[in-house]
Design a protein around this ligand. Structure first.
Ligand SMILES: Nc1nc2c(ncn2[C@@H]2O[C@H](COP(=O)(O)OP(=O)(O)OP(=O)(O)O)[C@@H](O)[C@H]2O)c(=O)[nH]1
Ligand SMILES: [Mg+2]
Length: 313
């Protein structure tokens, strides 16, 4: 495996291999003078630092996945506010049916787009309302489901009928912490020189899908949001470009945490049985890293035991 993540994993793998080698040396040769008990303390410090680094990287790491698969952006809001018109405006073709009848969109409609250089899978959804018609009700259920998987939400409202009270996406909500851009559509109906209400919370843009007024500003806001979600693709910061990588890193961090819990219980006595169990957690962690880097070697551990402690030489 190549690239920054590969190098990072190799460094983690090296540190982990060293910690494991030291622990195994203590288990195997602990009675020898060359191997001191404070080694256990050092191993614990290394493992804690590794777990912290890997978890920090994982928090950051969905960025790479987002870049590869495209950010899942969902257009949501009440019926008839111009959600489908917004999708058509952004993809520059009449992909979705637009009509003055509330409840026009039923199925989720998906288009793949590029905004500001970032890949995006944009979904248009049924207007969120309490529907009596069974087909529309199914559409609303699908809209909610799509919203719950969103990486970014474009919440659309009709600017001529927004209330000063906080906006809620009735009948649906994005997962907590998901960024949201509030689009106040039909600005052409306001007349004069309308200003964007100063709202706390998500960024707000005034738009007219009919005239295109406000589109450059919306694209700018969206690009900023996408940059935050995806990171700068040119910065070369190591990112998790595959879900598989994040799964292995997650499993690695979990094994390191299990090793750490043993220390939390106050057991630093170096009981060989417990240490053997702890060493096994480090082996599990190393195997998971090895699945990313493509290299796991028992010989490496032996190398370090002999190099660092001159045992048996
Ligand atoms: N004046 C004006 N009308 C608009 C604008 N955007 C959309 N409309 C009109 O509003 C109506 C509803 O538009 P749609 O895009 O179908 O709205 P929607 O939110 O997808 O509606 P549902 O699918 O029913 O939930 C249509 O008649 C559009 O032509 C706008 O910026 N200005
Ligand atoms: Mg629609």
């Amino acid at each position: 495996m190549e690239g920054d993540l590969g190098r990072l994993c190799q460094r983690w793998s090296h540190d982990l291999t060293q910690a494991l080698a030291h622990l195994e040396a203590f288990i195997d040769f602990g009675e020898d003078e060359e191997v001191e008990e404070e080694i256990l303390g050092q191993v614990a410090v290394t493992v804690r630092a590794l777990e912290r680094d890997i978890r920090a990287h994982l928090r950051d790491g969905r960025r790479g996945e987002l870049l590869r698969g495209g950010v899942r952006a969902v257009i949501a809001g009440p019926p008839n506010v111009g959600k489908s018109s917004l999708l058509n405006l952004l993809c520059r073709r009449p992909a979705a049916i637009v009509s003055p009848v509330a409840g026009t969109t039923r199925d989720v409609l998906e288009v793949a787009l590029d905004i500001g250089g970032y890949p995006l899978v944009l979904s248009d959804t049924a207007g969120l309302r309490h529907a009596t018609d069974p087909v529309e009700r199914e559409g609303v259920t699908r809209a909610r489901a799509r919203l719950s998987q969103a990486d970014l939400v474009l919440a659309v409202l009709d600017v001529t009928s927004v209330s000063p009270t906080p906006v809620a996406l009735e009948g649906g909500s994005p997962p907590p912490g998901v960024p949201c851009v509030l689009v106040l559509n039909k600005a052409d109906l306001l007349g004069g020189s309308p200003s964007v209400p100063c709202a706390q919370g998500p960024p707000v843009t005034l738009l007219s899908c009919r005239t295109g007024q406000g589109l450059p500003e919306l694209l700018e806001v969206l690009t900023q949001q996408l940059a935050q979600l995806c990171g700068d693709p040119l910065s070369g910061s190591p990112s998790l470009t595959q879900g598989r990588h994040s799964r292995h890193l997650g499993a690695c961090a979990a094994a390191l945490a299990r090793f750490g819990h043993r220390g939390d219980s106050g057991d630093t006595s170096g009981d060989i049985g417990d240490l053997a169990v702890a060493a096994e957690q480090l082996r599990v962690a190393r195997r998971e890293l090895g699945r990313i880097t493509g290299q796991v070697g028992a010989e490496e551990v032996l190398d370090i035991i002999f190099r660092d402690f001159c045992v048996g030489k």
